[in-house]
Design a protein around this ligand. Structure first.
Ligand SMILES: Nc1ncnc2c1ncn2[C@@H]1O[C@H](COP(=O)(O)OP(=O)(O)OP(=O)(O)O)[C@@H](O)[C@H]1O
Length: 271
């Protein structure tokens, strides 16, 4: 992936984004910034607005107010192809309509970088083979995508995003169909790419362990943002998620010197 962008550059800038549908606010005055190379976790209870916010960023819906900039340019100033060169998206539900082999689905990630009707070269094939290997699906290369398990389909979509070589990777609950090994492996893989990642999570411990920065949405508003150890407090878990939990700080798996929050839930919840 593109490693040229310096860590101090703004990759994505969201200013006062609002979204209204059927007279009700889905997003209200949301502002944040993502730096190049930063891994940002997006949290919030069901219906908080996470998918809606991500849809605004990957241009599936247009916000009612506010501005979204990618690399200092408004996102609607990019052509579809230029935007696809910079931004890859992995969704929670994988498309069912692909009547293609796994290899060909991953090859679709190359489309923004290639002239129309151009054929595949050795480098393209190598990149696809490398992505297949990284998601552990080399042996499934010729299998029809539609016949894969839910978790395998999701790993194929991640491989497709990898060959797309974006500078920003958006993931909407990317681990929802994955077993625990692949939850960790795919998140580690996304982090190792060195690009900016914005990923929504329901597993707060996984988000805390992997993210540099967390955003917490509640009823369409950004309730908190910052380093995981600042954001994930028992007060926030009670106020936003309605759960009683104890939060301790444990050494990060990546760096023993860094402490990350670890949540232990008390069973029973706040009415
Ligand atoms: N097209 C739409 N028309 C009306 N309301 C909508 C529309 N899309 C989303 N909503 C509402 O917006 C709110 C936020 O939905 P969204 O899917 O963004 O939440 P979420 O945080 O991703 O939730 P979850 O964790 O359950 O996936 C919900 O109340 C949802 O019903």
């Amino acid at each position: 992936m593109n490693q040229l962008v310096q860590a101090t550059h703004s990759m994505l800038d969201i200013q006062q984004v609002g979204l209204q549908m059927n007279q009700s606010y889905i997003l209200k005055d949301v502002s944040f910034n993502i730096q190049a190379g930063q891994f940002v976790g997006l949290l919030g209870p069901n219906g908080a607005g996470k998918s809606s916010l991500l849809r605004c960023i990957y241009r599936f819906i247009k916000p009612t107010s506010g501005q979204i900039k990618l690399l200092d340019a408004p996102i609607d100033s990019y052509s579809r192809q230029e935007y696809a060169k910079q931004v890859a998206v992995v969704l929670q539900d994988v498309p069912e309509q692909f009547n293609l082999a796994v290899f060909d689905v991953i090859a679709m990630g190359l489309t923004p970088h290639k002239p129309l009707f151009s054929s595949m070269n050795h480098k393209d094939k190598y990149e696809i083979a490398t992505a297949l290997e990284k998601v552990g699906l080399t042996h499934k290369s010729n299998q029809m995508f539609s016949s894969l398990s839910g978790g395998e389909k999701q790993r194929v979509m991640i491989a497709r995003a990898m060959v797309q070589q974006p500078q920003l990777l958006i993931m909407d609950e990317p681990t929802s169909h994955l077993d625990v090994k692949y939850q960790i492996q795919i998140m580690e893989l996304a982090k190792s790419l060195g690009v900016s990642v914005l990923a929504s999570f329901h597993d707060l411990n996984l988000a805390a362990a992997i993210s540099d920065h967390l955003l917490v949405l509640h009823n369409g508003e950004l309730k908190a943002q910052g380093a995981p150890s600042q954001v994930l407090t028992s007060e926030l878990l009670s106020d936003v998620f309605g759960v009683c939990a104890k939060v301790t700080q444990v050494p990060s798996a990546h760096n023993e010197q860094t402490l990350v929050p670890h949540i232990r839930y008390h069973y029973g919840y706040i009415q």
